[in-house]
Each structure stands twice: as structure tokens, then as C-alpha cells.
Ligand binder design. Structure first.
Ligand SMILES: Cc1cc2nc3c(=O)[nH]c(=O)nc-3n(C[C@H](O)[C@H](O)[C@H](O)COP(=O)(O)OP(=O)(O)OC[C@H]3O[C@@H](n4cnc5c(N)ncnc54)[C@H](O)[C@@H]3O)c2cc1C
Length: 694
């Protein structure tokens, strides 16, 4: 078994992890390495959208802006802390110009101004974009920078376990730990290897592998389960974002993809922006995808003018939003009803206008937009061609010709606003040395401005790197690999070998298991949630986890062992352990949040038998519970408590805490300067957040 040691290990090479590696070196941390499934893996380099957005303060014209005003936008829907919002706002400009400096082609005018546009939940025009693949451009520029700085990159590694030591007694409350390292499987040698590290920057992305219907790229499963397993505190797990996305099988299609892009089995894409603004035809079919073709939306609306107005609006109101029912999110509900309840399939057809479409009958906003875009053409395809030819090209690159075939769509999971709880330096609140950054860090609340996910990843990278460099001082060395660590690592690897051997012996097929928890998440934790379904899901999730992991360490048979070289099935079985554990924690958290009476908010509607039905065209139990707005000022925490007897009892605990307001620090220059000179800006304990598991 290979053992390595670095002062700081960055786990994950999405836009966040790459930026962290670059910033750590820039801050003078020499002993740093990047560990990843691959530089071409993850969401950042494989996902995008019509105009993929990056959020930063206004940097153009006479638009006034300030860190405080940006922070206020982050908090509009509630459920988030003001200190993190202020840091994300205040560091955004620096992080943005860092990207510009490493070569990300954000557009500017002849005078050096970075013009912006308005995005979801954005009161000012703060958004910018490099086109459909902004996050890919970010990754490519940052990869060049990682190479230029000669930062070691270990690709083809799947992290399967975080190693920690407990700093207090495990008594069921939130316990304090210290990170020691990471256990991985090297997919080339098909063997385990162990990394010792003083700090782990945990940049493993969002929970892409948890939902069946998802627009996360297929290659991306995420690994939040590894941190949940060691008891890291999480925050806001119940707040995810869902929206309409297409998914097209690539079997038998020839694509013209550039090198460095993973070819998945299915091409997934958000159908936002111009894909909706050109008002395509929505059709549904029987389960075979061919027979019984219907223009189903007309069954749900009495006024065609209203319907086409809402489709148009969906373009820039992309995420499903409980506040937009009634409103543009009715379109998501109709698609959800047609697919999940009626078991049909839904497609967007750009070849012909929807029934009764008339330009003059569109709402003024839509008419004006189409006219200004010179897109008053006779079919949706031609309108798209005029408004955004790159959108057509993009599908063509994936072997899909919108002139010849419709696009299958569904309501898909896209982003988790919650994640692991961090302080303003992106330190885990209860695992010393663990720095969750990027989507795996839970810094956002019920809703967030579009583009703020990418900003958050960069800001987290800056803050974590600065804190690590500050704490380490100059010449930070890799920690020694002593006998205690080696013994612990060996025991952990032996345990993992046994768990996998047991699963393989029992003919537990990882695909069937993954399918089961993904289906459970889509059914119980999507845009419609109710207590009864969640209660069943909780029990089923616990049963599946117990089956996969065993009843506890002691019960795993010692005679059974997975040998090196490990098969793909063995590696994916290992990955399932953390995914299955994560899905259980998410279901438990969502159950607790629904049971607390939060109500319908963000990208989900909670059903309540006493609520008012949404519409007579939907099932009679589709009755939203209204939002209890007092929860906007509270933040929801979750962790797995470990029991003192050392077996995997996996009890999920949740608690609420008042959200912190936006800080109002002393802004007098001389005082700020003095505190900065004297290093007082770092005088904060990780536990200032006051989180407690009691
Ligand atoms: C379709 C779509 C459109 C989006 N549009 C926008 C937008 O317009 N604006 C915006 O701000 N955000 C958007 N987002 C969200 C944003 O893209 C993501 O939040 C962001 O890219 C996540 O970056 P990250 O670096 O945290 O994670 P990722 O880019 O997902 O990277 C995670 C890294 O961790 C590695 N990894 C994971 N698990 C393991 C493991 N076990 N072992 C080793 N390595 C591991 C992966 O291989 C990868 O390298 C969108 C997301 C999607 C899916």
C-alpha cells in the first residue's frame, strides 16, 4: 500500500479545487497536491447552460454597488448566514479578476468595463458569462495555472474514506475531530493508497449521484458522504435547486467533441434562456416515446396567451420556485405531473409552433424581447437560430439536430444550496483541518442569485488558502507518517476490503443499489415533498445502508477480502457506501425540515392535507403548505452522530440556529489597517459560529 504525505491535499479538481491549489501555492504553501478522479471529471468542466452565469458585483457604467448590497441579495430568500454572504460579496471582485488574469475570457468593452446582465434572484445587473461553458473555461485556465506552478496532480484516484482522530468523547452530540488523511483507490493500479495531510481542502462538488433524474453530468457523483460519515456538520441540506433539463442518449450518435471532454452515455443540458424564450412546442408521448403524441400543456391552461407567456418567462426564471406557483413554475409542475404521475415522456419540439401560437397574442414583454432579438420568425427553430445560433450548434456537437428530432426533458436536480457547514475561512465547524469549498460547502440559503455557485467556489478557495497559509507560516512541511497513522490506515483499508468483499459475495450489484437510492431521492426529495413519503423513504434508506455496510465493524467477516487488483465493480461498490450514506442523511434532514413546518419555499413545495389545491387539473393532494416565514431567519444543521461503542449506528441529528445577520464591522481605515498589520483579522475560532449538537 502506497503512503504519501503533503501539508495540504486538495481533493477534487473542479473550478473550486483547482483555484484552491493555485491560491495555496500563491500564498506560499509548497507542500500541496491535487487528488482527483480526473482533470476532465466533475461538474465544472462537464456542465453548462444557455448562458452559464458567473455572479460578481457590478463593474460597469454608473450602476452603484457595494459588498453589503450584494450580501443582501444572497439573503433575500432566507436560511443563510450574513457573515458568509458578506465574505462572498466582498471577495467576489478579487476572485473574478484572478480568473481574468489567468485567462478566462470574460467579455469587457473597449474601456475595460465588464458589463453585466440580470440573473435569477438578482436585483442588479451583476451577472457575466463566457457563453455556455463558463465553468469549463474557468477549469481550463486554472489547469494551465496548476501546470505552470508545477503542482503535483494525482489523477484517476477515487477517495473512499477520510481519516480522522476524535478530539472528544463520542457521546452522541456534535463531536470535534481532526483530519489526518484520505484513503483512495488508484484506478490505474487498482489498489488502495493512503495520503497523510495536515489539511484537506475538500472540493468534491455537489451531490450529483443522489438523484435519478439529474442534470449533473453523468460522470459526477460527488462525495459529501465521506465527510458526513466522519460526523462533519452540514447545513441547509434540504435546499436544492431543480429545473427543466434535456437528457439525450448518445448511443449510436456521432459527436464532434473537443479533446478533454468526457463522452457520457447521456448528454444533459438545462433548457433555460433562449430554449424557452422562443416558445417551443411541448409534447408528451406514451412510455415508448412514440405513440399517443399530445400537446399536453393545453390541458392544463385555459388561456393560450397566458401559457405561452409563462413558457417565455421560464427562460429567465429557470429554477422551479414555490413562489412562482401560480406563475412560470406551473410549467415544471405540468412536466412533473405528465412524467412522474402519468408515466408519460415529455419532449420539446422546435420544428413547429405550439397549437394556437400567435406572435400578437404573446405578452408585451415576450413580443418586445423577440422583436429586439430580431427573432419574430415562423417556427421555434428559426427563432432560436436567430436569437442564439450557438444553442443549435451545441446540440449538433453532441449529435442532436433540433431540426430533425425533439428533445426529451424532465424536472431534474441541478444544485444543492446546502452542504458542509463552514466558517468565514471555509473551515469545517467541527473537523479541524477540513476545508469544504465549492458546491460541497453549504454557504447559500433557500435560494441564491444565479451564478453565485461559481463565485462561492472561487471565494472559498481564496479564503481557505489564506487561512491555511496564515496558520502554517512559512516552510510548512508535510506531516510525518508515524506508526500510529500507518496502523490506522492499514486497519481502515482492511475494513473497506472486507465490506466490499461481503457486498460482492452477497451478489449486491452496485448498479441496482445505486438505482434504488437514486429513485428514492427523486420520489421523496424532489420538488414535491410530504411527510408520509419521507417517512417510508427514511426507513428504506436505513435498511439499504445497513445492508450495504453491515451491522457494524465487528460483524464484517474477517475471512472475506477483496484483493488487488480491484475490479470496477469493487470500486463502484466502495463509492456506493458514501453515496448511500449521504442519501440517508439527506432524507433524514429533509424529513426533519418538513416535520418542523418550514412549508413550501425555494425549489420545493411541501404538501399539506389542509392546504388549498393548486389546480383541479392536478391530483387532489397537491395542496401546498404555505411557507412559515419565521424560518427565513433560521439555519438548519445536520450531522451523523457516532455512538461510543464504535459501531456504525448512523444516527442523524438535526438542529436549528438563528441565522447570523450581515456583520457591521468597524470600517474606519486606520483601525482596519492596524488589525490587518497585527494579524487580528485571523483571530477567530472555528467555533464562533456557536454551532452545537445539543
Ligand atoms: C447543468 C448545470 C448548470 C449550472 N449552471 C450554473 C451557472 O450558470 N452558474 C453557477 O454559478 N453555477 C452553475 N451550476 C453549478 C456549478 O456548475 C457547480 O456548483 C460548480 O461547478 C461546482 O464546482 P466544484 O468545483 O465545487 O465541483 P465540481 O466541478 O463538481 O468538481 C468536483 C471534483 O471533485 C472530484 N471528486 C468527486 N468525488 C471524488 C472522489 N471520491 N475522489 C476523488 N475526486 C472526487 C471530481 O472528479 C471533480 O474533480 C450549474 C450546474 C449544473 C449541473
Amino acid at each position: 500500500m502506497k503512503l504519501y504525505s503533503f501539508h495540504t491535499l486538495v481533493l477534487g479538481s473542479g473550478a473550486a479545487g483547482l483555484a484552491a491549489a493555485v491560491r495555496l501555492r500563491a500564498e506560499g504553501v509548497e507542500s500541496v497536491a491535487l487528488l482527483t478522479e480526473g482533470l476532465d471529471q466533475g461538474t465544472s468542466i462537464n456542465a453548462g447552460s444557455d448562458k452559464q452565469t458567473y455572479y460578481k458585483p457590478s463593474l460597469c457604467g454608473a450602476t452603484p454597488d457595494s459588498p453589503r448590497s450584494v450580501a443582501e441579495s444572497y439573503l433575500l430568500a432566507g436560511g443563510a448566514d450574513g457573515d458568509l454572504a458578506l465574505v462572498e460579496a466582498a471577495t467576489a471582485t478579487r476572485a473574478f479578476f484572478h480568473l481574468v488574469d489567468v485567462g478566462v475570457p470574460f467579455p469587457r468593452d473597449a474601456f475595460g468595463q465588464y458589463a453585466g446582465y440580470r440573473t435569477d434572484h438578482d436585483p442588479a445587473r451583476r451577472a457575466t458569462s463566457c457563453g455556455p461553458y463558463t465553468s469549463r473555461e474557468m477549469c481550463r485556465a486554472l489547469i494551465r495555472e496548476v501546470k505552470r506552478r508545477e503542482i503535483p496532480v494525482y489523477e484517476n484516484r477515487v477517495a473512499v474514506r477520510l481519516l480522522v482522530v476524535s478530539l472528544d468523547a463520542a457521546d452522541g452530540t456534535l463531536s470535534q475531530k481532526k483530519i489526518l488523511g484520505v484513503v483512495c483507490v488508484d484506478r490505474t493500479t487498482r489498489d488502495f493508497e493512503v495520503y497523510r495531510a495536515e489539511n484537506v481542502v475538500f472540493a468534491v462538488g455537489g451531490p450529483g449521484g443522489l438523484y435519478k433524474r439529474s442534470v449533473y453530468p453523468e460522470v459526477h457523483t460527488g462525495a459529501i458522504g465521506l465527510a458526513l460519515e466522519i460526523g462533519a456538520l452540514a447545513k441547509g441540506l434540504a435546499e436544492s435547486q431543480f429545473g427543466l433539463a434535456s437528457f439525450t442518449s448518445l448511443a449510436g450518435r456521432s459527436t464532434s467533441l473537443k479533446s478533454g471532454v468526457v463522452r457520457p452515455k447521456e448528454f444533459r443540458w438545462n433548457v433555460s434562456g433562449s430554449f424557452m424564450q422562443v416558445v417551443p412546442r411541448f409534447i408528451s408521448t406514451a412510455a415508448d416515446g412514440k405513440s399517443d403524441v399530445r400537446e399536453f400543456l393545453t390541458e392544463y391552461f385555459t388561456s393560450l396567451s397566458d401559457l405561452y407567456g409563462l413558457i417565455f418567462l421560464k427562460g429567465y426564471q429557470w429554477p422551479f420556485d414555490a413562489r412562482k406557483v401560480p406563475g412560470s413554475s406551473m410549467i415544471d409542475l405540468c412536466v412533473f405531473h405528465e412524467t412522474i404521475v402519468r408515466g408519460r415522456r415529455v419532449f420539446l419540439d422546435y420544428r413547429a409552433n405550439p397549437a394556437g401560437y400567435a406572435f400578437d397574442a404573446l405578452p408585451d414583454e415576450a413580443k418586445e424581447y423577440l422583436a429586439n432579438s430580431d427573432a419574430e420568425a415562423p417556427t421555434p427553430y428559426e427563432r432560436l437560430l436567430r436569437m442564439n445560433p450557438a444553442a443549435i450548434e451545441l446540440y449538433r456537437d453532441w449529435g442532436v439536430d433540433l431540426l430533425n428530432e425533439p428533445l426529451e426533458i424532465a424536472v431534474c436536480a441541478q444544485h444543492n444550496n446546502g452542504g458542509l457547514a463552514v466558517d468565514v475561512d471555509w473551515r469545517s465547524l467541527n473537523v479541524a483541518g477540513l476545508y469544504p469549498i465549492g458546491e460541497v460547502a453549504g454557504t447559500h440559503g433557500v435560494a441564491r442569485p444565479g451564478g453565485s455557485a461559481l463565485n462561492a467556489g472561487q471565494v472559498g478557495a481564496f479564503r481557505a488558502a489564506e487561512r491555511i497559509a496564515h496558520d502554517a507560516g512559512l516552510n510548512a512541511l508535510a506531516p510525518e507518517i508515524d506508526e500510529t497513522f500507518t496502523t490506522m490506515a492499514k486497519a481502515e483499508v482492511a475494513r473497506l476490503r472486507q465490506i466490499v468483499a461481503r457486498a460482492l459475495d452477497q451478489k449486491c450489484d452496485w448498479r441496482t443499489e445505486r438505482d434504488a437510492f437514486q429513485e428514492r431521492m427523486s420520489v421523496s426529495c424532489g420538488i414535491l415533498r410530504d411527510l408520509a413519503t419521507l417517512e417510508r423513504a427514511k426507513d428504506d434508506a436505513s435498511a439499504q445502508l445497513a445492508r450495504l455496510v453491515g451491522d457494524g465493524r465487528a460483524t464484517v467477516p474477517t475471512s472475506s477480502n477483496v484483493e488487488t487488483p480491484m475490479s470496477d465493480d469493487a470500486i463502484e461498490t466502495l463509492r456506493n457506501l458514501q453515496l448511500c450514506l449521504a442519501h440517508k442523511v439527506y432524507i433524514d434532514a429533509i424529513y426533519e425540515s418538513v416535520a418542523a413546518g418550514v412549508g413550501s419555499r425555494g425549489s420545493q413545495i411541501t404538501l399539506d392535507p389542509t392546504g388549498t389545491p393548486i389546480s383541479s387539473v392536478f391530483p387532489s393532494n397537491w395542496r401546498p403548505q404555505s411557507e412559515d416565514q419565521t424560518f427565513r431567519k433560521r439555519v438548519f444543521y445536520t450531522f451523523l452522530s457516532s455512538s461510543s461503542n464504535g459501531n456504525n449506528s448512523f444516527a442523524t441529528r438535526c438542529f436549528w440556529r438563528d441565522a447570523k445577520p450581515i456583520p457591521e464591522p468597524d470600517e474606519w481605515f486606520e483601525n482596519v489597517w492596524r488589525d490587518y498589520r497585527e494579524g487580528k483579522i485571523y483571530n477567530r475560532s472555528r467555533f464562533d459560529a456557536g454551532a452545537s449538537g445539543d
